[in-house]
Structure formats: structure tokens, C-alpha cells
Design a binder for this molecule. Structure first.
Ligand SMILES: [Zn+2]
Length: 266
């Protein structure tokens, strides 16, 4: 998708990376404050038509701007890349983030969190962490924080909490209402956690990529394979973890996934 900047953001050195269009609504108040450049990995067409144009409108509404990667490919292409350990598209996003951060002098990258809800969310954190590691290798002082797409999480990991006043909540609700093909997950989050309208949280990334983990998306994938919707399911140990380690270990000074944690928030 080719986009031209239609609004000059004030400040706007922060970068925001989401797996799916629609996630940015969760951070609408924060976007209005920070006016980040927004990057999107998929075009949101997993269960219907692409929805990047809706995300462009919500980003502009908040005073944010679209990044060089804004819905790179449909979910099915990303899933194929995960199954084949094909790093090409992941590297494309990492390079776009690194380029933008270098050009803008960015000191903060915010991404989805590893939440076990969707492998693309989990790998979105990896892409942002990889870009952060690469920028740090270049001597840049860059922090990485994450936002969950689903309720839950450890309260000890919360670094920043943004409280929205009545007017800000109103603007966020209007942005949600205007998002015609609202991402199912955003509605789900607001249903599960109504306070998500007035409160936005950024967390330290804490997932350590241990050898064993059973994300909820893995059992969902298994049931879909059983129902013959997919011929092969994505697995954590076989696909996602090796891909994550391949991306992270290129720029990490420490081994990953051996009990050592990569702390990109400090
Ligand atoms: Zn999502």
C-alpha cells in the first residue's frame, strides 16, 4: 500500500508497530499525545477485506502518521513465512523501523506484546526487539515497550499508564466507532476490560523465549487443523520460537531462550 503523509505530526519521533490494523485504537490516547509513526505488519485481511485504510484514518485522527510499512501482506502470507522460517518480510519491517528511528532520532519503539493470543502479536514484539537491538548495536539509546492486545498480564511489568480524561475518552470512542470493520480483538478487549477506554498501559517486554511454552493460539490452531480449515498448524517449538531466535540472535550480545532475558526496556 503506497501512502503519502497528509499531515505533519508535531514532535512525532516515537515509533509504533502493530501486527494487525486496529490494534492502534487501544493506544489512541497515547497516539494523540506522542504522534508516533505507525507501522503495520499485516493488512488485516485474515477474515475479510484489508482494513489498513481504516487504520490510516484513525492514525491521522490522532495526529499520528503512517510508516513506510503499513500492511505489508495478508495474514496468510505471514503464516506461510512462519511455517517456512522465511525471514524476508520480517527483515523488511525491521529495516523500515531502523531506518525511521535513525532518520528521526527515535528513543522509543512501542509494539504488541507476546500475549499467546496470536502468533503475529508474539512476533511483532520480536520484530520491534530486533530493531531495538540493532539500533543499540549502532550506539543509539532506544527503549522498547509493549502493549497487550488482550486483558491480563503482570502488573509488575507496567512502566507507563496513560489516564484519559473525559474529552480524550470521547475522542477515543469516536475513533473506535468510526472504524467500520473494527478489529475483533479491539472489541473483545473493550468488552473484557471496559477500563481500556480510559486507561492505556505500556509494559516492559519480559518474554524470555524459553524452550517450552503453550500459547493459546497453538490449541486454537490445532482445533482448526482438526476441522480441516488449515493443512498445517503453526507451533511454538517448531516454528515461532526458532524464527524468533533467528531474528533476535543476530544483534543480541547474549544468548536468547536459555533462561536469560533480553531486557529492551531499560
Ligand atoms: Zn491482532
Amino acid at each position: 500500500m503506497i501512502l503519502s503523509d497528509t499531515r505533519e505530526a508535531a514532535g512525532g519521533r516515537t515509533l509504533l508497530l502493530h501486527a494487525h490494523p486496529g490494534h492502534e485504537l487501544r493506544l489512541f490516547g497515547w497516539m494523540a499525545q506522542q504522534k508516533p509513526t505507525l507501522f503495520l505488519m499485516t493488512d488485516g485481511s485474515g477474515a475479510g477485506a484489508p482494513r489498513t485504510h481504516h487504520s490510516l484514518q484513525s492514525a491521522l485522527r490522532a495526529g499520528a502518521r503512517p510508516g513506510a510499512v503499513f500492511g505489508l501482506a495478508p495474514d496468510r502470507d505471514w503464516y506461510a513465512a512462519i511455517l517456512n522460517t522465511d525471514l524476508t518480510m520480517f527483515d523488511k519491517v525491521i529495516s523500515a523501523i531502523v531506518e525511521a528511528a535513525t532518520a528521526k532520532g527515535s528513543t522509543l519503539i512501542v509494539s504488541d506484546a507476546v500475549d499467546g493470543y496470536n502468533p503475529m502479536h508474539d512476533l511483532c514484539e520480536v520484530v520491534a526487539a530486533s530493531a531495538t537491538l540493532r539500533l543499540r548495536r549502532q550506539g543509539r539509546d532506544v527503549s522498547h515497550l509493549v502493549a497487550r492486545a488482550v486483558a491480563g498480564g503482570n502488573s509488575d511489568d507496567i512502566v507507563t499508564e496513560i489516564r484519559l480524561d473525559r474529552d480524550e475518552q470521547q475522542r477515543k470512542q469516536e475513533a473506535v466507532d468510526a472504524y467500520a470493520s473494527l478489529a475483533e480483538e479491539v472489541q473483545r478487549l473493550l468488552d473484557e476490560d471496559p477500563a481500556a477506554l480510559s486507561r492505556e498501559r505500556l509494559r516492559r517486554p519480559t518474554f524470555a523465549w524459553d524452550a517450552r511454552w503453550s500459547p493459546s493460539w497453538e490449541s486454537i490452531g490445532a482445533s482448526r487443523v482438526a476441522a480441516s480449515k488449515y493443512t498445517q498448524r503453526i507451533e511454538y517449538e517448531r516454528h515461532v520460537r526458532p524464527l524468533a531466535l533467528a531474528l533476535l540472535e543476530r544483534w543480541s550480545a547474549e544468548p536468547i531462550g536459555s533462561g536469560e532475558r533480553v531486557d529492551c526496556a531499560s
